[in-house]
Design a protein around this ligand. Structure first.
Ligand code: GUN
Ligand code: ZN
Length: 427
């Protein structure tokens, strides 16, 4: 159980607002060097420079960086086993590697083992909250929800809907899928830190009837999330155009089904036009930008700066090659560099913490280090090894230091992880 009163010492970094593009010196950043973060009953209750009295259990990480736990807004639990699969773009990659791996999750024992491995791996990479795809199998969603509940984690997931264009063993049907969704919603949605997401894999793998059913679920309960993929790859966009000739665009397929709302999380969004972008903004939906995946699968270079809608950062493992959002931030910087735009550490880290939390309507609970928020906290070494230490030693101002950290660090820098004030990782 969480210590009654716990104080954690280090350099506290979080955000009080959204940082502007290009601003390296911004009041959106809150940095309290060598402070104590005070945690009571799993919640943050304050922060102070002076050492707290003996009624507080103390964990001293002086000289380390303390951040809110990262929020991965798009990641696939069953795809750990396809990480680093060679040589294909999206549609071939799904057929050749991903669908075969997902079939194994029909087995409840396999689903449970996969969920345990995945959730512990998220934590070991500095991610304390996530929006997750399991598989089409009800049991795979159950296993994730139960595993997250046991760990006290904030997790958003739902059984994947796919009733066409998928191999045997990976298709559901509209009637059974609706029954499964309703049962999972009744048992898990709003329990502890769990929420249910109506999970449409992507337009090509659902019939119009299934999309309509998903839209009905969303309309019935506005507290449900919706997750899917959109406009990731050019061949995929063309396929959707052929499958849904009546739709104005790929995104419009989801709009017509009533799936775009303020709790909608759509991965990728690389090949959107201006009308699509305005629609996402009007619906207050968010794009889960997945830079590592976009590079690895050769999908394209996301126009982050030109996005009028909410953008959060995501790993999209196993299209992406790392669960660590720092590695994804590094890739995001390089994608923007290729577009002639510079991504600050502030924009990247905000999109991994407070920005994601607010876009999920969970800003009161996660994404920051303010009193009242749940104590999901990560402690990072500023530099590991001679090279990173030499670089860190010469940094003059805060953005330079944090940007070099973001660029050079990975999960090996992670020293401690707290979920609701309970320490779950000792490194
Ligand atoms: N589009 C449909 N399914 C998937 C998936 O599993 N991964 C990615 N990256 N894109 C998808
Ligand atoms: Zn994905």
């Amino acid at each position: 159980p969480a210590a009654h009163r716990l104080a954690v010492r280090g350099d506290l970094l979080d955000f009080v607002a959204a940082p502007a593009w290009g601003a390296t010196d911004t009041p959106a950043v809150r940095f309290d060097r060598d402070h104590w973060l005070l945690i009571e009953h799993g919640h943050i209750v304050g922060r102070q420079a002076s050492e707290p009295d003996a009624s507080w259990a103390r964990e001293d990480h002086a000289g380390r960086l303390i951040l809110p736990g990262f929020i991965d807004t798009h990641v696939h639990c069953p795809q750990i086993e396809v990480l680093g699969s060679y040589g294909t773009e999206l549609l071939d990659w799904l057929e050749r590697y991903t669908f075969p791996a997902e079939r194994a999750f029909a087995d409840p024992a396999r689903s449970r083992a996969g969920a345990e491995l995945f959730l512990d791996a998220l934590l070991a990479h500095g991610t304390t909250s996530a929006v997750v795809f399991p598989t089409v199998h009800k049991v795979s969603a159950e296993a994730l929800l139960e595993g997250a509940q046991a760990r006290g984690m904030r997790l958003i997931t739902g059984k994947v809907l796919m009733d066409r264009h998928a191999p045997d063993g990976l298709r559901d049907d509209v009637v059974q899928a609706e029954l499964d969704c309703r049962d999972l919603i009744a048992r898990f949605h709003g329990q502890d830190r769990l929420a249910y997401a109506v999970t449409v894999r992507f337009a090509p793998t659902s019939t119009p009837e299934q999309l309509a059913m998903a839209g009905r679920l969303c309309r019935e309960d506005a507290s449900l999330y919706m997750q899917t993929h959109v406009a990731e790859n050019r061949a995929e966009v063309e396929w959707v155009r052929q499958l849904f000739p009546e739709a104005r665009s790929y995104l419009d397929v989801y709009e017509r089904a009533g799936l775009l709302h303020e709790r909608a999380v759509l991965a990728h969004g690389i090949w959107l036009d201006e009308a699509d972008k305005r629609l996402l903004q009007d619906r207050s939906a968010q794009i889960a930008h997945s830079p590592s995946s976009n590079l690895f699968l050769g999908s394209g270079l996301f126009d982050w700066r030109g996005a009028p809608f909410n953008v959060s950062l995501a790993s999209d493992v196993g299209g992406g090659t790392s669960l660590n959002l720092l590695r994804n931030a590094q890739d995001a910087y390089k994608i923007q560099a290729l577009r002639g735009v510079r991504l600050t550490a502030w924009v990247a880290l905000h999109a991994s913490t407070r920005g994601a939390a607010e876009a999920l309507r969970l800003g009161d609970e996660i994404g920051g280090l303010s009193a009242g928020q749940t104590a999901d906290v990560c402690v990072w070494d500023w530099a590991v090894g001679d090279v990173a230490q030499a670089r860190d030693a010469v940094a003059r101002e805060l953005h330079e230091r944090v940007f070099a950290w973001m660029t050079l660090a990975d999960e090996r820098n992670l020293r401690a992880v707290y979920v609701a004030g309970r320490r779950v990782l000792h490194a």
